[in-house]
Design a protein around this ligand. Sequence first.
Ligand SMILES: [Zn+2]
Ligand SMILES: [Zn+2]
Length: 288
Amino acid sequence: MKRTGIFFTYFQGERLKDFPRALEGLLDKPNVSYYDAVHDSRDGLFHLEPVAERLLLKVHSQNMIESVKRTDDYESALYSAGGTVQAAEEICRGNMDNAFVFTSFGDHHAGRDSYHGMCYFNGAALAIARLQEKGGKRIVIVDTDSHHGDGTRDIFKRDAGVLHVCFCDQDYSDNYNKIDVEIPYHTPDEEYLAKMKQVFIPRAKAFKPEYIFWEYGYDAVKGEYGDKGISRDCPIRLAELIKTTADEICEGRIIVILCGGSGRELATYTIPRIIAILAELNNGFKIA
Ligand SMILES: [Zn+2]
Ligand SMILES: [Zn+2]
């Protein structure tokens, strides 16, 4: 069994209303540790730390940070990104193998100097900056949110040590290990999964990363605001593929970050199943 960390924040919106209750059956497992930014610490509960301003400045410009400070969401945004940084630290120290990070404000539309789509700070980029400080050299980000991960691309566009494979509306490839894979409207699950197998997995294997970050948006599922036609089971099958890849190439070190998606039912259906896959506790959380 893998040791899995769950990093929980929830500050606004409908989609996470069933959490952490929907994690019942996972939280009591000895290989699962739970970090919470919202609820008071109690036995078996770790506190989730906000991201430090020192680290923010490694990724985002002072101007951008100041403009987030002027919103009502600054503190929540610090916790939202903080979960990913803390997950990376714990995995780097060998305290856990993989992690699932809840976000309220994140992640991939936050660039060096600008943000949109409620993505204030880029948790993946901040965590990668921290890992690079500790000697990390080869890191993969796979992004299956429906939309282009423009903020992440902006931050790492000249850093060939970060392989960024983004499933979105365009095809693209350059010499800095930046790749886009076009997912057209009305894409069947099998076609999406085939693209993951044909494009992402071979590239990731050849890259030999130390860590994989997965920007998990479920907004490409049928009926969501980025509808690409895939079913609610497609993200779970993606999780199996990405997890297996991480097990093969980077000792299972994977951090899943909740990105776009608005539906409460889809969150409640997919997230516990993805965490069960990470923790290798698949019983009871199979695809319905
Ligand atoms: Zn999106
Ligand atoms: Zn893209």
